[in-house]
Ligand binder design. Structure first.
Ligand code: FES
Length: 232
């Protein structure tokens, strides 16, 4: 893992974040400061109340990095050994009462199509999509890639080769609440920042897009977050 390059990328306003993160070598995940997921009003998200027919969008661990939170409505069994461009890691499976909650970075591992407020070519298709031919997949309409969120977002078919970047979730049963705590690698994030620097500065401001999201991140339904969502 080219951690030196990533730390350099995070220099300046996010230096504290780079200093605080470290490799979780046992699992292949990189730890980030724990972020509580909330509803759009800032109240703690209640995992048992999540919709199951659509993904939620939240940002983690940086203000501009979009992620999907999905309740699959059925257990997502782990662990599974997977490999991304950052190396191998152990995807732990779903969390929550029914082990049905998963989260992934909403940036396609093929050519980095991503979820933005002005549109998304990538989405969770709870029902059968034309592209996947079955329910319960993540589809990227940019070049027709399909990922299986119940199996660590491994590529099912299409142009992409690597799984979507996994976001590690923690579930607290007493509060029925969720936290994001890590990423299965950081190389994709570095490429995302470099590729879309101009667009991210325009949306978030210079430097702001690389700032840590803070102690809490709001999760919003994709249909409310993005002005248009591709259907394929
Ligand atoms: S960017 Fe997603 S399939 Fe090409």
């Amino acid at each position: 893992m080219d951690r030196r390059g990533f730390v350099k990328l995070c220099a300046g306003s996010t230096a504290w974040l780079a200093a605080s993160m470290h490799d979780a070598r046992a699992s292949g995940y990189t730890d980030f400061p724990k972020v509580r997921l909330t509803d759009p009003q800032g109240a703690p998200l209640r995992a048992s109340t999540l919709a199951k027919d659509e993904a939620y969008v939240f940002h983690f661990p940086f203000r501009s990095l979009p992620c999907f939170l999905i309740d699959l409505g059925k257990p997502a069994s782990g662990p599974q050994e997977l490999t991304s461009e950052s190396g191998s890691y152990t995807w732990p499976g779903g969390v929550g009462k029914d082990k049905s909650l998963v989260a992934y970075v909403a940036v396609c591992t093929h050519q980095l199509s991503y979820t933005a407020s002005d549109g998304s070519q990538i989405r969770y298709a709870a029902g059968t999509s034309a592209l996947a031919g079955r329910p319960g997949t993540i589809v990227c309409c940019a070049h027709a890639s399909v990922f299986d969120p119940a199996k660590g977002a491994q590529r099912e078919h299409g142009e992409a080769r690597n799984p979507l970047l996994s976001v590690r979730l923690e579930y607290e049963p007493e509060e029925d609440s969720l936290y994001a705590t890590g990423l299965a690698g950081t190389e994709l994030v570095e490429r995302f920042f470099k590729t879309y620097r101009r667009e991210l500065i325009a949306e978030y401001g210079p430097g702001v897009y690389r700032e840590p999201v803070g102690a809490a991140a709001a999760a919003v339904l994709l249909s409310k977050y993005a002005s248009s969502v591709s259907d394929c």
